[in-house]
Design a protein around this ligand. Structure first.
Ligand code: ADP
Ligand code: MG
Ligand code: MG
Length: 204
């Protein structure tokens, strides 16, 4: 993996395309176990992120990540704005000043991002939140030096699907208790689009 500024921009643009395409689907997931705004939140946020990135010039991946973070935090209400925002802010700090990042650097950045998400939201793996996708991806990256990104794509999909059978312990879905079972976690679905987009950009 060699994640340059150019590839980072492509990653985020691709993620935005998937989120816009699946906006209604993401919202329907959140209608089932939340307040029905996840598609709207993510679509608005990533549209603004792409607008910001397209109108700026970047020397470093860290500056790109920082603008993603700041935009998501300021434009997205609800849980997902601060959570995705914190994740990108932590990643930005972890790769500060770097023009491109290796898999090892990305892995450390993802580790910091997850610590930030946990610090903010106090969720654990298995609580039916987006951590259920982020944490298995981190482990795969830690365990495979030169990872096959098709495996990342596939694993993220399986991890997202596995949230369906879980009982929500954090976020709005937790209020539903047993009734949260049987539905995919919305944030895990949008996280899948994020990692799938990265995998596609890295392997293209
Ligand atoms: P809101 O619930 O405020 O309406 P969204 O619908 O945009 O926000 O986002 C909901 C998603 O946020 C959930 O599907 C879940 O993945 C994630 N989430 C909620 N609470 C937490 C938490 N405490 N830690 C990590 N992720 C969380
Ligand atoms: Mg919601
Ligand atoms: Mg909401």
């Amino acid at each position: 993996m060699n994640l340059t500024v150019d590839k980072t921009l492509k990653w985020i643009i691709k993620a935005n395309e998937k989120i816009q395409t699946n906006k209604t689907y993401l919202t329907s997931l959140d209608q089932a176990i939340g307040d029905g705004d996840h598609g709207i939140n993510m679509a608005r946020g990533f549209q603004e992120v792409v607008k910001k990135l397209s109108s700026s010039h970047y020397e470093t991946v860290s500056d790109c990540f920082k603008d993603v973070a700041m935009t998501l935090m300021s434009k997205v209400g609800g849980a997902s704005g601060p959570i995705f925002g914190t994740a990108f802010l932590k990643m930005s700090m972890a790769v500060k000043g770097k023009e491109s990042i290796s898999q090892a650097e990305f892995t450390r950045a993802l580790d910091d991002a997850i610590k930030g998400i946990i610090h903010r939201g106090k969720a654990s793996e298995g609580d039916k939140t987006l951590l259920d996708v982020w944490m298995p991806i981190l482990r795969i990256l830690q365990e495979n030096d030169d990872v096959d990104w098709d495996v990342i794509d596939h694993s993220a999909k399986l991890a997202m699907e596995a949230t369906k059978q879980r009982l929500a312990k954090k976020g709005r879905a937790a209020y539903l208790k047993e009734r949260s079972i049987g539905h995919i976690d919305p944030g895990s679905a949008s996280s899948y689009y994020l990692f799938q987009s990265l995998a596609e950009v890295i392997t293209e």
